[in-house]
Design a protein around this ligand. Structure first.
Ligand SMILES: Nc1ncnc2c1ncn2[C@@H]1O[C@H](COP(=O)(O)OP(=O)(O)O)[C@@H](O)[C@H]1O
Ligand SMILES: [Mg+2]
Length: 261
């Protein structure tokens, strides 16, 4: 089976700082992957490289058999990579349904003039995108909030809304950056179940950055561990938990935190 996405010896330097160094990883379609590592390890940078926010300093980035290194973010999004952000980025003054609908508009056929004159075609498109938005909201358990302002939702539901919006363009690969950050244990359990469900029912490949180890160990079929920009381990949950290098990387973080850096 072919990889859906692949990094080959990918490095990204910010000046002298190696955010990612010679990272190689492969994702097979339809699986749920975890990406873990201490703060500053370079996890979010990998997402930024995969989504075209940064071009790698060297190495390869491939998606669906094609090199996408340095391709514009909107082009990569169209190819089928969706993401959420570590910090919530919603249009808080728009309704919940409108937040999801913004994800469709770039695909619509109406042009700006159509929109200005609120043409029939625009209205039809708006209705069909509202319908699609409602399907996604239903999937994420948010349909009863469709007309609420996004900013009025409790934090845990805003996190779910971000995922609903990322699902808008029907990505083949979904990158979730710390989706459970700031959630309480009940919300975390709900979100864990939803992520499992979307990977199974929608057959999406998911790469998940997460600090909640239970969440990661519970649902991820395969885990990559980064430390200091480098991939130090990969494997199934059990192998990772017993890997001495992984344990050391995490203990190292605890020590430095104790010393206040
Ligand atoms: N745009 C940037 N400019 C300079 N340094 C950056 C930039 N983005 C990230 N970094 C640095 O790269 C390293 C990895 O960051 P990041 O990928 O965000 O780590 P993680 O998500 O694992 O916490 C950090 O040292 C961070 O400060
Ligand atoms: Mg990060």
């Amino acid at each position: 089976m072919a990889f859906i996405a692949e990094l080959k010896e990918m490095s990204l330097y910010f000046g002298g700082l190696k955010a990612n160094h010679q990272v190689s990883l492969q994702l097979f379609p339809g699986k749920l992957y975890g990406l873990i590592g201490p703060n500053g390890a370079g996890k979010t940078t990998i997402f930024n490289v995969l989504t075209g926010v940064y071009a790698p300093s060297s190495g390869e980035v491939r998606f669906l058999g094609k090199s996408v290194a340095g391709l514009a973010p909107y082009k990569i999004a169209r190819l089928g990579i969706g993401r959420t952000f570590q910090n919530i980025r919603l249009f808080k003054q728009l309704t919940v349904e409108a937040n999801v609908m913004t994800a469709f508009f770039s695909q619509g056929e109406s042009n700006l003039l159509d929109n200005l004159f609120a043409s029939q075609r625009f209205k039809r498109e708006e209705e069909s995108s509202r319908k699609r938005a409602h399907e996604l909201l239903k999937f994420m358990g948010l349909l009863n909030h469709a007309k609420d302002l996004a900013g009025s939702l409790p934090y845990g539901k805003q996190r779910k809304l971000e995922i609903a919006r990322a699902l808008g363009p029907a990505p083949k690969l979904l990158l979730l950056d710390e989706p459970a950050a700031g959630l309480n244990p009940t919300e975390t359990r709900e979100l864990t179940a939803l992520i499992g469900k979307l990977q199974q029912e929608k057959n999406i490949t998911v790469l998940l950055i997460e600090h909640d180890m239970r969440l990661v160990m519970d649902i991820c079929e395969f885990i990559f561990v980064l430390d200091n920009g480098e991939l130090i381990a990969k494997g199934k949950a059990q192998e990772i938990q017993q890997n001495p290098q992984v344990i050391a990387a995490y203990l190292g973080v605890d020590e430095s935190e104790g010393e206040g850096e």
